[in-house]
Design a protein around this ligand. Structure first.
Ligand code: FES
Ligand code: FE2
Length: 438
């Protein structure tokens, strides 16, 4: 008979490929100072690739989206060559904001102030009294201020730095993973946005460690093994990182590691395995599911399962894309959470929660962060903080970050004292300072 303790030890395989030194002391002022915020806006956010929108929002020529970040606003539009262009959302005549809505379709962009019109290439195509400009007719001469834009992994990305590296250079090692996934098959089935009462970095720190899981999200330990000793971490010299957390495996911290639970039973049943075969052997579910998903994935509609490493069929691959975005990819469900800076208050930020899913052949419903929903693209929903959920797990994180923001103002807080498994938090702050000290 198998010795459960032996099995448990054999499954421990945690690792980190790199450790970052404490180049930066993580003190409260980094989250509360207006000066620091201004440095981040001018030297960090303006130099990185950001996700402007989900690609399916710009399906046809003339579809546009605006993305506001800090005090900047970026306009993204699909042109007639099926390419997305990105512009600063400002009229070059006298500085009026050009587009005031989040998204839509237009045949051209018309400035509300004096009526100038721009096409999808950003070219000025109409100016009233165009013969009255001593310096020459502005049409054919003036353009919207264009910035680099690329489409990748289902998202539209832009960079306000015209001299930036191409996106793939910025993303580095993580493209190897994103390329394996069925990004084209995803639909965004959950899309909530909320102004939250803490600095953007508070939640970023939170996504750079899983040390908080047992205390903050105890409800997930029956499905995810939150023990760092059994989790793999990859920290990259691009500032991004990846955590591979084992799923379909009750936490090895937990005395119930070997007992079956409802979540595992339901998953086994869905994949044509008999939960009774796993009585007191819950720690063996993960591997059996991987084998079964590899076998049945294609007929269920998940062709990409063949490309994924076995671990990805059960585990959460949680990427932090520097600076502001986290994306967690499980085998067929993806969630994106990000925080972006508020225009002028370091004590606030804008939180986005997007949920994506691939559809299986045998069900019309897919999992969203809150519940099972139809496999349909949804519109943005702006939520008032505290009045509506942003999902159970996110609510718990947001609550912690809000309380932490209060603590950051305390003269008694002398700076973070990090555990080894929180090294991604150190990496994150080191990279912020590398940007702002450039
Ligand atoms: S500011 Fe846009 S047309 Fe004058
Ligand atoms: Fe969390």
């Amino acid at each position: 008979m198998e010795d459960p303790e032996k099995q448990r030890k054999a499954s421990v395989s945690g690792s980190a490929n790199r450790i970052y030194d404490e180049e930066v002391k993580i003190t409260g002022d980094r989250y509360t100072s207006k000066d620091f915020m201004e440095k981040e806006l001018s030297k960090l956010w303006s130099k990185v690739w950001n996700i402007g929108c989900w690609g399916r929002e710009l399906e046809k020529e003339g579809d546009f989206v605006t993305h506001n970040i800090g005090r900047e606003s970026i306009l993204l539009v699909r042109n007639k060559h099926n390419k997305v262009r990105a512009f600063h959302n400002v009229c070059p005549h006298r500085g009026n904001r050009l587009v005031h809505v989040d998204a839509g379709f237009v045949s051209d962009f018309r400035c509300t102030y004096h009526g100038w019109k721009f096409n999808y290439e950003g070219e000025l195509i109409y100016a009233q009294d165009d013969d009255d400009f001593p310096q020459g007719n502005p049409c054919g001469k003036l353009k919207l201020n264009e910035i680099p834009c690329e489409e990748y992994a289902g998202f539209i990305w832009y960079n306000m730095d015209k001299n930036c590296f191409p996106l793939k250079g910025f993303l580095g090692e993580i493209t190897k993973y994103l390329d394996m996934y069925d990004n084209e098959g995803l639909k965004r089935v959950y899309y909530k946005v909320c102004e939250v009462p803490f600095n953007w970095k508070a939640l970023r720190d939170n996504f750079c460690e899983s040390y908080h899981l047992p205390a903050t999200h105890p409800q997930i330990s029956d499905y995810y093994d939150d023990d760092y000793k059994n989790t793999d971490f990859e920290l990259y010299e691009t500032g991004h990182n990846l955590m591979k957390m084992k799923g379909s495996l009750p936490s090895l911290r937990n005395s119930k590691t070997f007992e079956m639970n409802e979540k595992l039973e339901a998953e086994l049943t869905y994949w044509n395995l008999n939960p009774e075969d796993f009585n007191k052997k819950a720690h063996l579910v993960r591997e059996s599911l991987q084998n079964q998903k590899k076998k049945l994935g294609k007929e269920r509609g998940f062709d990409h399962f063949e490309n994924l490493p076995d671990a990805w069929l059960t585990d959460a691959f949680h990427f932090n894309i520097f600076p502001g975005t986290s994306i967690t990819y499980t085998a067929n469900v993806v969630s994106l959470q990000r925080t972006e800076p508020h225009p002028d208050d370091p004590n606030k930020s804008i939180f986005d929660h997007w949920g994506f899913a691939l559809k299986s052949n045998d069900s019309d419903l897919v999992a969203s962060p809150e519940d099972m929903v139809p496999w349909e693209e949804v519109e943005k929903r702006v939520v008032i903080f505290g009045e509506e959920t942003l999902s159970d797990v996110a609510d718990q994180d947001l609550e912690r970050a809000s309380a932490q923001q209060l603590g950051f103002h305390s003269s008694g807080f002398e700076g973070a004292y990090l555990s080894g498994q929180e090294n991604r938090v150190q990496q994150f702050h080191n990279f912020i300072d590398r940007y702002i000290n450039r």
